[in-house]
Design a protein around this ligand. Structure first.
Ligand code: RIB
Length: 305
């Protein structure tokens, strides 16, 4: 039986600035604090699944620099196998995140080494992927490579979860190959060309995307919750109510949680219920990977239903 999750995607060195508001043009705004944290959607999702106890492999690139070293060490410390993370001459990717007092975030990324991932990196992970039950991808590596990875992961027998973030046009044929597509409200708005602001919009959007792609769809709605379309049945799952401090990586924590729960045999809808507990813990601490919970912490929160 296939046990592994393999994440093909980005690793970023994040700088999270806690600020009271966004600066005006021409203004220099003092930040309340700065946190340096291992991040990148791919690495975050890998770390969350590994922290929950799944055997996780990561495929990607970091620079041959200090940040790259920090990211590799963090991923390994949390249990991610980084044998297929290649070091390259491009600088390690970065995330610059402005975190507001209400927990919302405004982020930019520097692609750097993430854009050095090649088809050969996917080919070299063939044996791992042949033993993988869930391949997890995002959109922070070149799209051509992502599409190749989707194709290969399917060919080698994996279930494919695509977190189509950051939003970018992608050929429908590749979306149709994905078993599960995960979007937040902003990304859902981009792909659907409609406003996705609440449960009602997300239900409509998930149903529409499910019909178009033939995939299961998850639309996350931040502190409101998530809508999941599984086999055409659309369900709303409310978020756990917590005192959020900072939301970087909350969506990645959710996806890592979905991966763990699917591996434990849960349905996608129940996996999303479990995943809301993961992201609820993550938003209560600063940064991405360091903020993500271990299994015991999630179980503790689950008991409080
Ligand atoms: O999803 C959060 C992540 O997006 C951050 O860690 C940042 O690096 C960007 O990739």
């Amino acid at each position: 039986m296939r046990e592994k999750i393999t994440v093909i995607g980005s690793l970023n060195y994040d700088i999270v600035l806690k600020i009271p508001r966004l600066p005006e043009c021409g203004e220099t705004l003092p930040a309340d604090s700065a946190v340096f944290s291992p991040g990148g959607k791919g690495a975050n999702q890998a770390v969350q699944a590994a922290k929950l106890g799944v055997p996780v492999h990561m495929v990607g690139c970091v620079g041959d620099d200090g940040h790259g070293q920090i990211l590799l060490e963090a991923a390994r410390r949390y249990g991610v196998d980084t044998e297929h993370v290649r070091r390259c001459k491009e600088p390690t990717g970065m995330g610059i995140i402005n975190a507001m007092e209400d927990g919302s975030v405004f982020a930019c990324i520097v692609r750097g080494a993430n854009f050095a991932v090649k088809k050969e990196d996917i080919d070299q992970a063939k044996e791992i992927l042949k033993d993988t039950f869930l391949a997890v991808l995002q959109m922070e590596i070149p799209q051509e490579i992502n599409c190749y990875a989707i194709e290969k992961a399917k060919e080698w027998g994996c279930k494919v979860l695509l977190n189509a973030a950051p939003a970018e046009e992608i050929p429908l044929d590749y979306l149709k190959m994905c078993d599960i597509i995960v979007l937040n409200e902003v990304e859902a708005g981009f792909y659907l060309k409609i406003d996705v602001k609440n449960e009602k919009d997300a239900r409509k959007g998930a149903a529409l995307l499910a019909e178009t792609c033939g995939s299961d769809i998850i639309i996350t709605l931040g502190k409101t919750g998530a809508v999941v379309s599984e086999g055409g049945k659309v369900t709303f799952i409310p978020s756990r109510k917590v005192e959020a401090i900072e939301a970087t990586g909350a969506g990645d924590s959710f996806i890592g949680g979905v991966g763990y729960a699917l591996k434990s045999g849960k349905s996608l809808t129940d996996a999303c219920r479990f995943a809301t507990c993961c992201s609820a813990v993550t938003v209560c601490r600063m940064g991405a990977q360091d903020a993500m919970p271990f299994l015991e912490e999630v179980m503790e929160l689950e008991k409080q239903r």
